[in-house]
Design a protein around this ligand. Structure first.
Ligand code: IMP
Length: 185
């Protein structure tokens, strides 16, 4: 059985990946190595820098992932700054910024980078279109989950099980692309 390391400190992300890859002949192991996340560039570039950094220190096949919430009425903010914004103003801060806004559409974007030995990294991208709720709802998930409602349903990500979130989420869609690649390998 092949082992792929998921380099992340985020248990929520790790559980999502584990759930999604459970039927493949692959063991996913979480490894919290830490790597610099360059600010102000695209998600793909952030992931690319991360791969270069980790590769020099870690000789096994691994994935990393970078995600962001892009709110239309805020010109795509917090976007590539989503992590910093979450730890500073959080969901409450985003709701406050949208207090007087009718337009509440937003997109969650995810980029996975897969790195294996001396090969160039491969990138897998997923997006989830939705809206920002009027208040925080739900106990599950992590990050902005309590305020994000994917299109087609009325629940926030935080009101869903991991399995249900995976069927709609940006990361779930990016993982589908990754799974396609693993199956064709
Ligand atoms: P990063 O990919 O870990 O840098 O994520 C950036 C920020 O977006 C972090 O604060 C995460 O908590 C948040 N985030 C990423 N993915 C999700 C998600 O699926 N739901 C809610 N928040 C997320």
């Amino acid at each position: 059985m092949k082992t792929i390391y998921f380099i992340t400190g985020n248990k929520g992300k790790f559980f999502e990946v584990k759930e999604k890859l459970k039927n493949l002949d692959i063991t996913v192991v979480q490894k919290n190595l830490g790597y610099p996340e360059v600010q102000g560039v695209s998600l793909k570039e952030v992931a690319g820098y991360g791969v270069d950094h980790i590769k020099k220190r870690f000789p096994h096949p691994f994935i990393i992932e970078d995600a962001g919430l892009f709110v239309d009425a805020l010109e795509g903010f917090p976007g590539v700054y989503s992590k910093y914004v979450f730890f500073t103003i959080g969901c409450k801060g985003i709701l406050k910024l949208l207090e007087d806004k009718k337009r509440r559409t937003a997109i969650f974007k995810s980029v996975y980078a897969y790195s294996e030995s001396n090969k160039k990294p491969l990138f897998f991208i997923g997006e989830c279109i939705g809206t920002i709720a009027n208040k925080e709802r739900g106990e599950g998930g992590f990050g902005y989950d309590p305020i994000f409602i994917p299109n087609v349903v009325t629940k926030t990500f935080a009101e869903m099980s991991t399995e249900e979130k995976n069927t709609f989420s940006h990361r779930g869609k990016a993982l589908e692309e990754f799974i396609k690649f693993l199956k064709e390998k």
